[in-house]
Design a protein around this ligand. Structure first.
Ligand code: URA
Length: 206
């Protein structure tokens, strides 16, 4: 299922990211803030539990996000600021990492590093800012689904229509929570208009 954000705040943050003059520090901050907004938008999918809190007026039983049942997985490296945003809000969830390298000729992704806590029975928040062909997200979802999570929600910033639709068709039980969908990919599989290479822009890589 594709859930494209309707939030004016998310539009504002993403359209600031598109600005080619946005410096790396601001770029990372905008990715982080966008992830926090998307987290709030998808929050109904999160597991909840009741907990007793000792307040100044005695014990109070309140609802909390059950952080012990959530894993936030980032696809290196552009997703790191998004993961930081999610884990600032939900400080005790588990974090996992996947590293994939895109072959610049075939545009296919290849997994070369995987460090993920066991997601079995848990809710996985898979963060990745750009969904171009959908190749790396597809591989990440296959890998994660094989480990039997309760559910997976992806948080993405900009996707090309064809990539996002490919993911939704291949994984009907996954919710793709995305800020904005752009119309096309160019011949190098960059999203147009998109924002260029998000990893390079976030980490000042020439
Ligand atoms: N990855 C990016 O960072 N940008 C794109 O446009 C496509 C893939």
């Amino acid at each position: 299922m594709i859930m494209e954000s309707k939030s004016p705040i998310v539009k504002h943050l993403v359209n600031r990211l598109r600005d080619a003059h946005c410096d790396a520090f601001t770029f990372r901050w905008l990715l982080k803030e966008t992830a926090k907004q998307l987290l709030t938008e998808c929050a109904e999918a999160l597991p909840m539990s009741e907990r007793k809190v000792p307040t100044w007026q005695g014990n109070y039983v309140g609802s909390f996000v059950d952080e012990s049942k959530i894993v936030c997985v980032s696809i290196l490296r552009a997703a790191l600021p998004m993961q930081e945003g999610v884990m600032e809000t939900l400080g005790e969830i588990e974090g996992g990492f996947l590293a994939m390298k895109r072959d610049e000729e075939t545009h296919e992704s290849r997994l070369y590093y995987d460090r993920i806590p066991d997601p079995k029975g848990k809710t996985v928040l898979l963060v990745d800012p750009m969904v171009a062909t959908g190749g790396s997200l597809h591989d990440a979802l296959e890998l994660l689904l094989a480990r039997e999570p309760e559910k997976i929600v992806t948080l993405n910033v900009i996707g090309a229509k064809e990539g996002v639709e490919k993911i939704a068709a291949a994984f009907p039980d996954v919710t793709v929570h995305i800020a904005q969908i752009d119309p096309v990919l160019n011949k190098d599989a960059y999203i147009v208009p998109g924002l260029g290479d998000a990893g390079d822009r976030a980490f000042n890589t020439p």
